[in-house]
Design a protein around this ligand. Structure first.
Ligand code: NAD
Length: 483
Protein backbone atom coordinates (compact mmCIF):
# COMPACT_ATOMS: atom_id res chain seq x y z
CA UNK A 1 0.00 0.00 0.00
CA UNK A 2 1.34 3.47 -0.85
CA UNK A 3 1.28 6.50 1.46
CA UNK A 4 -2.41 6.71 2.46
CA UNK A 5 -2.40 10.45 1.83
CA UNK A 6 -0.67 10.65 -1.54
CA UNK A 7 -2.15 14.11 -2.08
CA UNK A 8 -2.51 17.36 -0.14
CA UNK A 9 -6.00 17.19 1.45
CA UNK A 10 -6.15 20.93 2.16
CA UNK A 11 -6.66 21.95 -1.46
CA UNK A 12 -9.62 22.41 -3.81
CA UNK A 13 -9.56 21.28 -7.43
CA UNK A 14 -10.65 24.17 -9.63
CA UNK A 15 -10.14 24.25 -13.39
CA UNK A 16 -7.54 21.47 -13.24
CA UNK A 17 -5.44 23.25 -10.58
CA UNK A 18 -5.12 22.19 -6.95
CA UNK A 19 -5.45 25.45 -5.04
CA UNK A 20 -5.92 26.55 -1.42
CA UNK A 21 -9.37 28.00 -0.67
CA UNK A 22 -9.73 31.77 -1.02
CA UNK A 23 -10.22 32.05 2.76
CA UNK A 24 -6.87 30.35 3.38
CA UNK A 25 -8.70 28.47 6.16
CA UNK A 26 -8.86 24.77 6.87
CA UNK A 27 -11.19 22.44 8.79
CA UNK A 28 -10.06 19.46 10.88
CA UNK A 29 -11.10 16.01 9.67
CA UNK A 30 -11.74 13.77 12.66
CA UNK A 31 -10.99 10.04 12.78
CA UNK A 32 -14.18 8.62 14.35
CA UNK A 33 -12.39 5.47 15.54
CA UNK A 34 -10.38 7.43 18.13
CA UNK A 35 -11.30 11.12 17.89
CA UNK A 36 -7.86 12.15 16.61
CA UNK A 37 -7.37 14.73 13.86
CA UNK A 38 -6.73 12.92 10.62
CA UNK A 39 -6.02 15.82 8.32
CA UNK A 40 -6.86 19.44 7.59
CA UNK A 41 -9.19 20.00 4.65
CA UNK A 42 -9.97 23.18 2.74
CA UNK A 43 -12.72 25.40 4.10
CA UNK A 44 -14.07 26.33 0.69
CA UNK A 45 -16.60 29.14 0.39
CA UNK A 46 -18.57 31.16 -2.11
CA UNK A 47 -15.47 32.55 -3.91
CA UNK A 48 -14.17 29.01 -4.52
CA UNK A 49 -17.59 27.79 -5.63
CA UNK A 50 -17.86 30.71 -8.02
CA UNK A 51 -14.41 29.94 -9.47
CA UNK A 52 -15.35 26.24 -9.77
CA UNK A 53 -18.61 27.01 -11.60
CA UNK A 54 -16.77 29.30 -14.01
CA UNK A 55 -14.12 26.63 -14.60
CA UNK A 56 -16.83 24.06 -15.32
CA UNK A 57 -18.51 26.44 -17.73
CA UNK A 58 -15.20 27.04 -19.48
CA UNK A 59 -14.64 23.27 -19.81
CA UNK A 60 -18.01 22.94 -21.54
CA UNK A 61 -17.02 25.62 -24.03
CA UNK A 62 -13.71 23.85 -24.62
CA UNK A 63 -12.51 20.26 -25.23
CA UNK A 64 -14.89 18.65 -22.75
CA UNK A 65 -17.98 20.12 -24.39
CA UNK A 66 -16.89 18.91 -27.82
CA UNK A 67 -15.63 15.48 -26.83
CA UNK A 68 -17.42 12.56 -28.56
CA UNK A 69 -19.40 10.34 -26.23
CA UNK A 70 -17.19 7.31 -26.81
CA UNK A 71 -14.11 9.27 -25.72
CA UNK A 72 -15.85 10.36 -22.52
CA UNK A 73 -16.61 6.68 -22.04
CA UNK A 74 -12.95 5.76 -22.49
CA UNK A 75 -11.93 8.24 -19.80
CA UNK A 76 -14.48 6.80 -17.38
CA UNK A 77 -13.40 3.27 -18.17
CA UNK A 78 -9.74 4.25 -17.56
CA UNK A 79 -10.80 5.88 -14.31
CA UNK A 80 -12.49 2.64 -13.25
CA UNK A 81 -9.24 0.79 -13.93
CA UNK A 82 -7.25 3.30 -11.85
CA UNK A 83 -9.76 2.97 -8.99
CA UNK A 84 -9.31 -0.82 -9.07
CA UNK A 85 -5.53 -0.42 -9.13
CA UNK A 86 -5.77 1.71 -5.96
CA UNK A 87 -8.59 -0.20 -4.32
CA UNK A 88 -6.67 -0.93 -1.12
CA UNK A 89 -5.47 2.67 -0.78
CA UNK A 90 -8.99 3.99 -1.31
CA UNK A 91 -10.42 1.47 1.15
CA UNK A 92 -7.85 2.47 3.79
CA UNK A 93 -8.71 6.15 3.31
CA UNK A 94 -12.47 5.57 3.51
CA UNK A 95 -12.16 3.23 6.52
CA UNK A 96 -10.17 5.80 8.49
CA UNK A 97 -12.21 8.80 7.41
CA UNK A 98 -15.72 7.34 7.79
CA UNK A 99 -14.98 4.69 10.44
CA UNK A 100 -16.06 1.84 8.16
CA UNK A 101 -14.75 -1.69 8.66
CA UNK A 102 -12.13 -2.28 5.96
CA UNK A 103 -14.18 -4.97 4.19
CA UNK A 104 -17.05 -2.53 3.71
CA UNK A 105 -14.71 0.26 2.60
CA UNK A 106 -13.15 -2.09 0.06
CA UNK A 107 -16.59 -3.04 -1.26
CA UNK A 108 -17.35 0.67 -1.66
CA UNK A 109 -14.15 1.21 -3.66
CA UNK A 110 -15.01 -1.73 -5.91
CA UNK A 111 -18.50 -0.27 -6.38
CA UNK A 112 -16.94 3.06 -7.39
CA UNK A 113 -14.92 1.22 -10.04
CA UNK A 114 -18.09 -0.56 -11.20
CA UNK A 115 -19.89 2.79 -11.64
CA UNK A 116 -17.01 4.04 -13.78
CA UNK A 117 -17.03 0.83 -15.84
CA UNK A 118 -20.81 0.76 -16.23
CA UNK A 119 -21.11 4.40 -17.20
CA UNK A 120 -17.93 4.29 -19.30
CA UNK A 121 -19.51 1.52 -21.37
CA UNK A 122 -22.86 3.31 -21.56
CA UNK A 123 -21.52 6.70 -22.71
CA UNK A 124 -22.08 6.10 -26.44
CA UNK A 125 -25.26 4.06 -26.03
CA UNK A 126 -27.68 6.74 -24.89
CA UNK A 127 -29.73 7.64 -27.92
CA UNK A 128 -32.60 9.81 -28.96
CA UNK A 129 -35.42 8.63 -31.21
CA UNK A 130 -37.15 9.55 -34.42
CA UNK A 131 -40.82 10.40 -34.12
CA UNK A 132 -43.34 9.76 -36.94
CA UNK A 133 -45.00 13.11 -37.57
CA UNK A 134 -46.77 15.14 -40.27
CA UNK A 135 -46.03 14.75 -43.94
CA UNK A 136 -42.90 16.71 -44.91
CA UNK A 137 -41.35 16.63 -41.44
CA UNK A 138 -38.49 14.69 -39.90
CA UNK A 139 -38.58 14.82 -36.12
CA UNK A 140 -35.99 13.44 -33.74
CA UNK A 141 -34.79 13.89 -30.18
CA UNK A 142 -31.31 14.63 -28.85
CA UNK A 143 -30.08 13.85 -25.32
CA UNK A 144 -27.95 16.77 -24.19
CA UNK A 145 -26.15 17.51 -20.94
CA UNK A 146 -27.69 20.01 -18.50
CA UNK A 147 -24.42 21.95 -18.41
CA UNK A 148 -22.82 22.58 -15.01
CA UNK A 149 -24.06 20.11 -12.40
CA UNK A 150 -23.70 20.50 -8.63
CA UNK A 151 -23.14 17.40 -6.49
CA UNK A 152 -23.58 17.53 -2.71
CA UNK A 153 -22.45 14.31 -1.11
CA UNK A 154 -22.82 13.06 2.48
CA UNK A 155 -20.31 11.28 4.68
CA UNK A 156 -21.79 7.79 4.85
CA UNK A 157 -20.84 6.35 1.43
CA UNK A 158 -18.69 9.01 -0.28
CA UNK A 159 -17.22 6.72 -2.93
CA UNK A 160 -20.46 5.03 -3.91
CA UNK A 161 -22.42 8.28 -4.06
CA UNK A 162 -19.72 10.04 -6.08
CA UNK A 163 -19.69 7.08 -8.48
CA UNK A 164 -23.40 7.11 -9.07
CA UNK A 165 -23.84 10.86 -9.33
CA UNK A 166 -20.60 12.36 -10.69
CA UNK A 167 -19.99 9.22 -12.78
CA UNK A 168 -23.36 9.49 -14.53
CA UNK A 169 -23.16 13.28 -14.92
CA UNK A 170 -19.72 13.14 -16.57
CA UNK A 171 -20.88 10.33 -18.85
CA UNK A 172 -23.57 12.60 -20.27
CA UNK A 173 -21.03 15.39 -20.82
CA UNK A 174 -21.90 17.65 -17.90
CA UNK A 175 -19.15 19.52 -16.06
CA UNK A 176 -19.34 18.88 -12.32
CA UNK A 177 -18.79 20.85 -9.14
CA UNK A 178 -18.56 18.43 -6.22
CA UNK A 179 -19.01 19.50 -2.58
CA UNK A 180 -18.10 16.53 -0.40
CA UNK A 181 -19.11 16.29 3.27
CA UNK A 182 -16.98 18.11 5.81
CA UNK A 183 -16.92 14.95 7.98
CA UNK A 184 -15.40 12.71 5.28
CA UNK A 185 -13.94 13.91 2.03
CA UNK A 186 -10.60 12.17 1.49
CA UNK A 187 -11.82 9.73 -1.15
CA UNK A 188 -13.54 12.56 -3.05
CA UNK A 189 -10.14 14.24 -3.34
CA UNK A 190 -8.42 10.95 -4.20
CA UNK A 191 -11.04 10.28 -6.88
CA UNK A 192 -10.39 13.70 -8.42
CA UNK A 193 -6.65 12.98 -8.56
CA UNK A 194 -7.36 9.68 -10.30
CA UNK A 195 -9.75 11.42 -12.72
CA UNK A 196 -6.94 13.77 -13.71
CA UNK A 197 -4.64 10.76 -14.19
CA UNK A 198 -7.31 9.15 -16.38
CA UNK A 199 -7.19 12.18 -18.69
CA UNK A 200 -10.33 14.07 -17.65
CA UNK A 201 -9.91 17.59 -19.08
CA UNK A 202 -9.40 20.52 -16.71
CA UNK A 203 -12.67 21.90 -15.35
CA UNK A 204 -14.80 18.83 -16.14
CA UNK A 205 -14.64 17.91 -12.44
CA UNK A 206 -14.07 20.50 -9.73
CA UNK A 207 -14.02 19.71 -6.01
CA UNK A 208 -14.63 22.27 -3.28
CA UNK A 209 -14.67 20.84 0.27
CA UNK A 210 -16.18 22.96 3.01
CA UNK A 211 -19.10 23.40 5.37
CA UNK A 212 -22.65 22.80 4.20
CA UNK A 213 -23.84 26.25 5.22
CA UNK A 214 -20.94 27.87 3.34
CA UNK A 215 -19.68 25.95 0.29
CA UNK A 216 -22.85 23.81 0.05
CA UNK A 217 -25.27 26.72 0.26
CA UNK A 218 -23.15 28.78 -2.19
CA UNK A 219 -23.27 25.90 -4.70
CA UNK A 220 -27.04 25.48 -4.51
CA UNK A 221 -27.64 29.23 -4.85
CA UNK A 222 -25.20 29.78 -7.72
CA UNK A 223 -27.01 30.97 -10.87
CA UNK A 224 -24.48 29.15 -13.07
CA UNK A 225 -25.56 25.69 -11.84
CA UNK A 226 -27.99 23.86 -14.14
CA UNK A 227 -28.80 20.73 -12.11
CA UNK A 228 -28.26 19.71 -8.48
CA UNK A 229 -27.86 16.21 -7.12
CA UNK A 230 -28.15 16.03 -3.32
CA UNK A 231 -27.90 13.10 -0.92
CA UNK A 232 -28.36 13.72 2.79
CA UNK A 233 -30.94 14.71 5.37
CA UNK A 234 -34.54 15.74 4.71
CA UNK A 235 -34.01 19.13 6.37
CA UNK A 236 -31.03 20.01 4.17
CA UNK A 237 -32.66 18.50 1.09
CA UNK A 238 -35.59 20.84 1.55
CA UNK A 239 -33.20 23.84 1.75
CA UNK A 240 -31.44 22.62 -1.39
CA UNK A 241 -34.71 22.32 -3.27
CA UNK A 242 -35.77 25.81 -2.16
CA UNK A 243 -32.44 27.27 -3.33
CA UNK A 244 -32.74 25.44 -6.66
CA UNK A 245 -36.30 26.72 -7.09
CA UNK A 246 -35.06 30.29 -6.96
CA UNK A 247 -32.90 29.57 -10.03
CA UNK A 248 -35.53 27.21 -11.54
CA UNK A 249 -33.07 24.34 -11.61
CA UNK A 250 -33.92 20.60 -11.52
CA UNK A 251 -32.94 18.69 -8.41
CA UNK A 252 -32.42 15.04 -7.54
CA UNK A 253 -32.93 14.43 -3.82
CA UNK A 254 -31.96 11.20 -2.05
CA UNK A 255 -32.92 11.67 1.57
CA UNK A 256 -32.95 8.41 3.44
CA UNK A 257 -35.70 6.19 4.74
CA UNK A 258 -37.25 3.85 7.25
CA UNK A 259 -37.18 0.81 5.04
CA UNK A 260 -39.14 -2.29 6.11
CA UNK A 261 -38.58 -5.99 5.55
CA UNK A 262 -41.79 -8.05 5.66
CA UNK A 263 -41.30 -11.62 6.89
CA UNK A 264 -44.25 -13.98 6.33
CA UNK A 265 -44.90 -17.31 8.01
CA UNK A 266 -43.84 -19.19 4.86
CA UNK A 267 -40.49 -17.38 4.50
CA UNK A 268 -37.19 -19.23 4.25
CA UNK A 269 -35.79 -17.97 7.54
CA UNK A 270 -32.32 -19.44 7.00
CA UNK A 271 -32.04 -17.31 3.86
CA UNK A 272 -33.65 -14.25 5.44
CA UNK A 273 -31.76 -14.03 8.73
CA UNK A 274 -28.41 -12.67 7.49
CA UNK A 275 -30.23 -10.03 5.41
CA UNK A 276 -32.54 -9.02 8.25
CA UNK A 277 -29.60 -8.21 10.52
CA UNK A 278 -27.02 -6.97 8.03
CA UNK A 279 -29.39 -4.54 6.33
CA UNK A 280 -29.73 -2.74 9.67
CA UNK A 281 -26.14 -2.92 10.87
CA UNK A 282 -24.08 -2.42 7.73
CA UNK A 283 -22.06 0.79 7.98
CA UNK A 284 -23.23 1.00 11.62
CA UNK A 285 -26.76 1.63 10.35
CA UNK A 286 -25.70 4.86 8.63
CA UNK A 287 -27.16 3.85 5.30
CA UNK A 288 -30.00 5.64 3.55
CA UNK A 289 -31.40 2.26 2.48
CA UNK A 290 -30.84 0.64 5.90
CA UNK A 291 -33.67 -1.66 6.91
CA UNK A 292 -34.59 -0.38 10.35
CA UNK A 293 -38.05 -2.00 10.58
CA UNK A 294 -38.55 -5.77 10.58
CA UNK A 295 -42.24 -6.67 10.28
CA UNK A 296 -42.83 -10.33 11.18
CA UNK A 297 -45.98 -12.44 10.92
CA UNK A 298 -47.02 -13.90 14.27
CA UNK A 299 -46.48 -17.55 13.28
CA UNK A 300 -42.69 -17.03 13.05
CA UNK A 301 -42.34 -13.95 15.27
CA UNK A 302 -40.80 -15.74 18.28
CA UNK A 303 -38.37 -17.66 16.11
CA UNK A 304 -37.25 -14.54 14.20
CA UNK A 305 -36.82 -12.60 17.43
CA UNK A 306 -34.80 -15.39 19.05
CA UNK A 307 -32.56 -15.87 16.01
CA UNK A 308 -32.03 -12.15 15.42
CA UNK A 309 -31.25 -11.65 19.10
CA UNK A 310 -28.60 -14.37 18.90
CA UNK A 311 -27.08 -12.67 15.84
CA UNK A 312 -27.08 -9.32 17.65
CA UNK A 313 -25.29 -10.78 20.66
CA UNK A 314 -22.50 -11.80 18.24
CA UNK A 315 -22.09 -8.33 16.73
CA UNK A 316 -18.79 -6.72 17.68
CA UNK A 317 -18.05 -3.01 17.38
CA UNK A 318 -14.56 -1.52 17.28
CA UNK A 319 -11.98 0.58 15.40
CA UNK A 320 -12.39 0.53 11.62
CA UNK A 321 -8.97 -0.98 10.80
CA UNK A 322 -9.79 -4.06 12.93
CA UNK A 323 -12.53 -4.90 10.43
CA UNK A 324 -15.12 -6.08 12.94
CA UNK A 325 -18.82 -6.23 12.05
CA UNK A 326 -19.35 -2.54 12.95
CA UNK A 327 -17.08 0.47 13.24
CA UNK A 328 -17.86 3.70 15.09
CA UNK A 329 -20.46 6.21 13.98
CA UNK A 330 -19.18 9.12 11.90
CA UNK A 331 -18.96 11.62 14.79
CA UNK A 332 -19.78 12.41 18.39
CA UNK A 333 -22.68 14.45 17.02
CA UNK A 334 -24.15 11.40 15.31
CA UNK A 335 -23.54 9.36 18.47
CA UNK A 336 -25.55 11.90 20.48
CA UNK A 337 -28.40 11.66 17.94
CA UNK A 338 -28.47 7.85 18.12
CA UNK A 339 -28.22 7.84 21.92
CA UNK A 340 -31.18 10.24 21.96
CA UNK A 341 -33.22 7.66 20.03
CA UNK A 342 -32.10 4.87 22.38
CA UNK A 343 -33.34 7.01 25.27
CA UNK A 344 -36.70 7.41 23.49
CA UNK A 345 -36.88 3.61 23.52
CA UNK A 346 -36.73 3.43 27.33
CA UNK A 347 -40.39 2.33 27.36
CA UNK A 348 -39.63 -0.56 24.96
CA UNK A 349 -38.15 -4.04 25.38
CA UNK A 350 -34.60 -4.62 24.15
CA UNK A 351 -34.28 -8.10 22.59
CA UNK A 352 -30.48 -7.96 22.35
CA UNK A 353 -27.46 -5.69 21.96
CA UNK A 354 -24.05 -6.14 20.36
CA UNK A 355 -20.77 -5.55 22.15
CA UNK A 356 -18.19 -2.75 21.92
CA UNK A 357 -14.72 -4.33 22.22
CA UNK A 358 -12.96 -3.46 25.50
CA UNK A 359 -10.01 -1.77 23.87
CA UNK A 360 -12.12 0.59 21.70
CA UNK A 361 -10.85 4.10 22.52
CA UNK A 362 -13.22 6.05 24.78
CA UNK A 363 -12.69 8.97 22.39
CA UNK A 364 -14.26 7.02 19.48
CA UNK A 365 -17.94 7.41 18.47
CA UNK A 366 -19.13 3.92 19.41
CA UNK A 367 -22.67 2.75 20.17
CA UNK A 368 -23.99 -0.73 20.82
CA UNK A 369 -26.21 -2.12 18.04
CA UNK A 370 -29.65 -2.55 19.56
CA UNK A 371 -32.66 -4.67 18.62
CA UNK A 372 -36.00 -3.63 20.09
CA UNK A 373 -38.96 -6.03 20.11
CA UNK A 374 -42.76 -5.64 20.06
CA UNK A 375 -42.51 -2.02 18.97
CA UNK A 376 -45.82 -0.25 18.25
CA UNK A 377 -45.82 0.94 14.61
CA UNK A 378 -46.50 4.54 15.69
CA UNK A 379 -43.56 4.70 18.14
CA UNK A 380 -40.84 7.24 17.17
CA UNK A 381 -38.34 4.39 16.84
CA UNK A 382 -40.63 2.76 14.28
CA UNK A 383 -41.26 5.97 12.31
CA UNK A 384 -38.17 8.21 12.38
CA UNK A 385 -34.87 7.66 10.58
CA UNK A 386 -32.27 6.96 13.28
CA UNK A 387 -29.15 6.57 11.13
CA UNK A 388 -27.50 4.22 13.58
CA UNK A 389 -27.45 0.45 14.29
CA UNK A 390 -30.94 0.24 15.74
CA UNK A 391 -33.70 -2.06 14.45
CA UNK A 392 -37.25 -2.60 15.63
CA UNK A 393 -39.29 -5.79 15.42
CA UNK A 394 -43.01 -5.29 14.75
CA UNK A 395 -45.47 -8.22 14.76
CA UNK A 396 -48.39 -8.45 12.31
CA UNK A 397 -51.23 -10.88 11.63
CA UNK A 398 -52.42 -10.35 8.07
CA UNK A 399 -50.97 -9.29 4.73
CA UNK A 400 -53.26 -6.26 4.77
CA UNK A 401 -51.95 -5.17 8.16
CA UNK A 402 -48.34 -5.67 7.04
CA UNK A 403 -48.84 -3.39 4.02
CA UNK A 404 -50.55 -0.76 6.14
CA UNK A 405 -47.68 -0.69 8.65
CA UNK A 406 -45.01 -0.80 5.93
CA UNK A 407 -46.56 2.18 4.14
CA UNK A 408 -47.25 4.20 7.30
CA UNK A 409 -44.06 6.31 7.50
CA UNK A 410 -43.21 9.49 5.60
CA UNK A 411 -40.47 7.62 3.75
CA UNK A 412 -40.43 5.23 0.79
CA UNK A 413 -36.96 4.18 -0.29
CA UNK A 414 -36.62 0.39 -0.15
CA UNK A 415 -38.77 -2.53 1.01
CA UNK A 416 -38.40 -6.27 0.94
CA UNK A 417 -40.80 -9.21 1.05
CA UNK A 418 -39.83 -12.61 2.43
CA UNK A 419 -42.39 -15.18 1.32
CA UNK A 420 -42.61 -18.34 -0.80
CA UNK A 421 -46.03 -17.28 -2.11
CA UNK A 422 -45.54 -16.03 -5.67
CA UNK A 423 -48.89 -14.28 -5.91
CA UNK A 424 -48.17 -12.41 -2.68
CA UNK A 425 -44.74 -11.42 -3.98
CA UNK A 426 -46.28 -9.83 -7.08
CA UNK A 427 -49.16 -8.24 -5.17
CA UNK A 428 -46.99 -6.63 -2.53
CA UNK A 429 -44.30 -5.50 -4.95
CA UNK A 430 -47.02 -3.27 -6.42
CA UNK A 431 -48.57 -2.18 -3.15
CA UNK A 432 -45.44 -1.26 -1.19
CA UNK A 433 -44.57 2.42 -1.27
CA UNK A 434 -40.87 2.33 -2.14
CA UNK A 435 -38.49 3.15 -4.98
CA UNK A 436 -37.03 -0.36 -4.87
CA UNK A 437 -38.73 -3.60 -3.75
CA UNK A 438 -36.73 -6.76 -3.19
CA UNK A 439 -38.26 -10.24 -3.16
CA UNK A 440 -36.52 -12.79 -0.95
CA UNK A 441 -33.39 -10.64 -0.71
CA UNK A 442 -32.42 -7.17 0.40
CA UNK A 443 -30.32 -4.72 -1.57
CA UNK A 444 -29.33 -7.12 -4.38
CA UNK A 445 -25.67 -6.50 -3.58
CA UNK A 446 -25.78 -2.75 -4.21
CA UNK A 447 -26.79 -2.93 -7.85
CA UNK A 448 -24.93 -0.27 -9.86
CA UNK A 449 -27.30 -1.18 -12.72
CA UNK A 450 -30.53 -0.77 -10.72
CA UNK A 451 -32.37 2.58 -10.70
CA UNK A 452 -32.54 3.88 -7.14
CA UNK A 453 -34.44 6.69 -5.44
CA UNK A 454 -37.32 7.48 -3.20
CA UNK A 455 -40.97 8.27 -2.79
CA UNK A 456 -42.29 10.83 -0.29
CA UNK A 457 -39.68 12.20 2.14
CA UNK A 458 -37.12 9.78 0.74
CA UNK A 459 -36.78 12.23 -2.13
CA UNK A 460 -37.34 12.27 -5.86
CA UNK A 461 -35.46 11.54 -9.05
CA UNK A 462 -33.56 8.34 -9.79
CA UNK A 463 -29.84 7.65 -9.74
CA UNK A 464 -27.92 4.49 -10.71
CA UNK A 465 -28.47 2.40 -13.81
CA UNK A 466 -29.38 3.90 -17.18
CA UNK A 467 -32.09 5.96 -15.52
CA UNK A 468 -29.41 8.27 -14.05
CA UNK A 469 -28.19 9.05 -17.55
CA UNK A 470 -31.66 10.30 -18.44
CA UNK A 471 -31.71 12.35 -15.24
CA UNK A 472 -28.35 13.94 -15.96
CA UNK A 473 -29.43 14.97 -19.47
CA UNK A 474 -32.30 16.81 -21.08
CA UNK A 475 -34.25 15.97 -24.15
CA UNK A 476 -34.31 18.31 -27.13
CA UNK A 477 -36.88 17.78 -29.89
CA UNK A 478 -35.80 18.76 -33.40
CA UNK A 479 -38.55 19.15 -36.03
CA UNK A 480 -37.35 19.72 -39.58
CA UNK A 481 -39.90 20.77 -42.22
CA UNK A 482 -38.38 19.82 -45.53
CA UNK A 483 -41.49 19.28 -47.65
P1 NAD B 1 -26.75 16.90 5.87
O1 NAD B 1 -27.92 16.71 5.02
O2 NAD B 1 -26.71 18.13 6.70
O3 NAD B 1 -25.39 16.90 5.00
C1 NAD B 1 -25.26 16.26 3.75
C2 NAD B 1 -24.45 17.15 2.82
O4 NAD B 1 -25.13 18.39 2.65
C3 NAD B 1 -23.05 17.51 3.33
O5 NAD B 1 -22.15 17.58 2.25
C4 NAD B 1 -23.26 18.90 3.90
O6 NAD B 1 -22.09 19.68 3.93
C5 NAD B 1 -24.26 19.48 2.92
N1 NAD B 1 -25.04 20.60 3.46
C6 NAD B 1 -25.38 20.84 4.75
N2 NAD B 1 -26.09 21.98 4.84
C7 NAD B 1 -26.23 22.46 3.59
C8 NAD B 1 -26.88 23.60 3.03
N3 NAD B 1 -27.51 24.48 3.80
N4 NAD B 1 -26.83 23.77 1.70
C9 NAD B 1 -26.19 22.88 0.90
N5 NAD B 1 -25.54 21.80 1.38
C10 NAD B 1 -25.57 21.58 2.70
O7 NAD B 1 -26.60 15.63 6.75
P2 NAD B 1 -25.74 15.49 8.10
O8 NAD B 1 -25.84 16.70 8.95
O9 NAD B 1 -24.39 15.08 7.71
O10 NAD B 1 -26.50 14.27 8.80
C11 NAD B 1 -27.71 14.50 9.50
C12 NAD B 1 -28.73 13.44 9.19
O11 NAD B 1 -28.93 13.34 7.79
C13 NAD B 1 -28.36 12.04 9.60
O12 NAD B 1 -28.64 11.77 10.91
C14 NAD B 1 -29.17 11.23 8.64
O13 NAD B 1 -30.47 11.03 9.13
C15 NAD B 1 -29.26 12.05 7.40
N6 NAD B 1 -28.31 11.59 6.37
C16 NAD B 1 -28.82 10.89 5.34
C17 NAD B 1 -27.97 10.43 4.35
C18 NAD B 1 -28.47 9.64 3.21
O14 NAD B 1 -27.70 8.92 2.57
N7 NAD B 1 -29.72 9.74 2.85
C19 NAD B 1 -26.61 10.69 4.41
C20 NAD B 1 -26.12 11.44 5.47
C21 NAD B 1 -26.99 11.90 6.44
Amino acid sequence: MSDPLWFDPALCLIGGQWTPPASGETLPLINPSDGSTLAQIARGGSADIDAAVRAADAALADDWGRMPAFERGRILTRLGRLVLDRVDDLAALEATDVGKPLTQARADAVALARYCEFYGGAADKVMGETIPYLDGYTVYTLREPHGVTGHIVPWNYPMQIIGRSVGAALTMGNACVLKPAEEACLTALAFAHLAQEAGLPAGALNVVPGLGAEAGAALTAHPGIHHISFTGSVATGSLVQAAAARNVVPVTLELGGKSPQLVFDDADLDAALPFLVNAGCQNAGQTCSASSRILVQRGVYDEVRTRMAAAYADLTVGPAPEDLRLGPLISDRQKTIVEGFLAKGADLTIAAQGVIVDHAPATGAYVRPTLFTDVPPDHPLARDEIFGPVQVLIPFDTEEEAVEIANSTDYGLVASIWTANGARQMRLAKRLRAGQVFINNYGAGGGVELPFGGIGKSGHGREKGFEALYGFSQLKTVAALHG
